[in-house]
Design a protein. Structure first.
Length: 317
């Protein structure tokens, strides 16, 4: 896990003497922990009320500490220096708040367009938005599908939805991916729709996908089912699902090939026929480079760009 160790070391250097979560440190019997005292210390700017509500209502335990049944203390996820949600918030909440105040978000739009995303304008930015996989009135399916998946960032134009899944250190951990039987083997409307709308993706979910170790394709598959069910029928909009992931450079003096494996798995997933035109992947490094270019010469964005560069992208100097 050399990549995670390198990312964590970089985040600890950035965080310096910011106070850590004392309860977590006590439980771990060390002060050298990657959870901060509060999630606010982990953010470029405070969450606005709408974003706070979105994360509070989400399923990920992002903002509130918890106590497990066995009494174990579980800190809020967004306190972690390795939080992919904090990474997403630190990049996109800035533009969300500007948009809410009627301020210019053209640099974000142009950065996305330069990377091939088909947005003509930005009308709204949301965190943790749900696109239901099933008809919410169909109570018979709720036992198999009790929760609708949350998409990390949703950027909407007049007739287009860009849904973004954010990954930070997740590709560098140990994973065995599979999708629940309710999606692939049970006799229900979701399985039928899945097999009918995405036959090759369905075949992938029961075959080649089981060998993947880096790309969380079950999560992406659920997002496709939700977007397909909701966007064109309910919102009357076209959609694209994007994966934004943090590509850590290969660690020196290691044989790790995890970033390359992630690239390879993305390539294989992207070639599935029904999703070719509806899925894309972008590294956060490339996205930051595009943002840095579109913000160049606009001094109002200097503090924001400097924060992102110093914390996440020192190699992009």
């Amino acid at each position: 896990m050399a990549e995670i160790e390198n990312i964590l070391a970089r985040q600890k250097r950035w965080s310096g003497q910011k106070p850590r979560d004392k309860k977590y440190a006590q439980a771990r019997k060390t002060d050298d922990v990657h959870y901060l005292e509060s999630y606010g210390l982990n953010l470029f700017q405070p969450l606005c009320p709408n974003s706070h509500e979105a994360f509070s209502q989400g399923d990920g335990g992002e903002l509130k500490d918890k106590t497990a049944k066995n009494g174990r203390y579980i800190p809020a996820k967004m306190k972690s220096l390795l939080s992919s949600s904090a990474l997403a918030v630190n990049i996109f909440e800035y533009w969300h708040q500007r948009l809410s105040k009627g301020e210019d978000v053209e640099p974000l739009l142009q950065a996305l367009k330069s990377l091939g995303y088909d947005l003509k304008e930005i009308k709204s930015i949301h965190f943790e938005k749900q696109f239901p996989i099933i008809d919410t009135k169909d109570a018979s399916l709720r036992d198999d599908f009790p929760k609708d998946p949350n998409i990390d960032i949703v950027i909407e134009g007049l007739d287009f939805v860009l849904a973004i899944e954010s990954k930070f250190t997740e590709p560098y951990g140990s994973h065995v991916f599979s999708i629940r039987d309710a999606y692939i083997s049970k006799d229900n409307d979701v399985r039928s729709s899945f097999e009918l709308s995405f036959p090759q993706l369905y075949a992938f979910a029961t075959g080649a996908g089981l060998a993947f170790k880096r790309l969380d394709w079950p999560q992406l598959t659920k997002h496709f089912l939700g977007l397909e069910n909701s966007c064109e029928d309910i919102y009357k909009k076209k959609y694209q699902l994007a994966l934004f992931w943090y590509k850590e450079p290969k660690a020196p003096r290691t044989q790790s090939d995890k970033p390359q494996k992630m690239d390879d798995e993305i390539g294989e997933f992207s070639n599935i026929a029904e999703i070719k035109d509806k899925f894309s992947a972008t590294t956060y490094q490339d996205f930051f480079e595009a943002l840095k270019t579109t913000c160049c010469g606009l001094s109002e964005h200097d503090e924001y760009i400097t924060y992102l560069r110093d914390r996440y992208f020192p190699q992009n100097n």
